[in-house]
Design a protein around this ligand. Structure first.
Ligand code: NDP
Ligand code: 8X3
Length: 251
């Protein structure tokens, strides 16, 4: 069956890899992000089964206008991949910029809520659909400087589980994907305000997850039989592990 997906944050990183994976698998993808030129390049690469959509997920009216603002034959979205998101900074909470905190909440939390609220009624009416959220291990395990980013991803984990509680018995599925260290995307460069050397240093000597690994996980949860709901996928590269807890000793 050919699915129609809406993937936010499809101009880079995971979103572009997810779009490529699903188009290659024979599906149709609405690729959304702010940078239209990147989406247009993806459309040139992948052909007419990819529809570029300029969308800022922090733009409440634009999100509310979905799906009616889409071309008529693209309105029945089967899979919403809430992937657009960002971390800004790694300073301790007392030094972090409040504006960065607000941008993370507006994008990672409110953006997901707006898109989900816009597309969920259609899925429920059709008794078919899947909301895939891009959480993070930062929502599962704390780390210094993770404060609001980790908080936003913890919100996504609980929101996903609570959505599932509302949808029990229907064929509308919800999955929270929670990746760990993942290289080859713009994520860390964005986090460090464009400092690509600092971003590259984070991955030195590691073999991190790739955007294609994340696309594989999304393809897996979506391809399972309709009665199977994967609630959460926590994934790390083999070079990463949780813990230990920090202990500050005196002296
Ligand atoms: P990238 O920075 O490579 O890509 C982020 C995407 O989000 C871009 O396409 C960007 O497009 C889009 N985006 C950002 N803000 C907005 C906005 N306001 N409206 C619409 N689109 C927006 O990051 P990744 O691919 O690495 O990360 C994708 C998701 O996965 C994020 O939610 C991130 O938190 C999460 N994640 C990342 C991990 C990692 O280590 N890389 C690990 C775990 C989770 P544009 O600028 O064109 O709008
Ligand atoms: C991205 C993973 O550990 O950099 O969500 O926060 S981490």
């Amino acid at each position: 069956m050919t699915l129609t997906l809406l993937v936010t944050g499809a101009s880079a990183g995971f979103g572009a890899a997810i779009a490529r994976r699903f188009v290659h698998d024979g599906h149709r993808v609405i690729a959304a992000a702010r940078r239209l030129e990147k989406l247009d390049a993806l459309a040139r690469e992948l052909g007419p089964t990819l529809l570029p959509l300029q969308l800022d997920v922090t733009d409440a009216p634009a999100a509310a206008a979905l799906p009616d603002s889409l071309p008529e034959d693209w309105r029945e979205v089967d899979v919403l991949v809430n992937n657009a998101g960002l971390a800004l900074g790694l300073d301790p909470a007392w030094k972090a910029a409040l504006a960065d905190w607000e941008t993370m909440v507006a994008t990672n939390v409110l953006g997901v809520l707006r898109l989900t609220r816009a597309l969920l009624p259609g899925m429920v009416a059709r008794n078919r659909g899947h909301v895939v959220n891009l959480g993070s291990i930062a929502g599962d395990y704390p780390y210094p400087g993770g404060h609001v980013y980790g908080g936003s991803k913890a919100f996504l984990r609980q929101f996903s589980l609570n959505l599932k509680a509302d949808l029990v018995g229907s064929f509308v599925r919800v999955t929270n994907i929670e990746p760990g260290l993942c290289g080859g995307t713009e994520f860390s460069t964005v986090r460090f305000g464009g400092d690509s050397a600092r971003a590259a240093a984070l991955y030195a000597g590691t073999q991190p997850l790739t955007a294609e690994d994340i696309a594989e996980a999304v393809a897996w949860v979506v391809a399972l039989p309709p009665h199977v709901n994967i609630n959460r996928v926590e994934m790390m590269p083999t070079c990463q592990a949780p813990g230990p807890l920090a202990v500050k000793r005196s002296g």
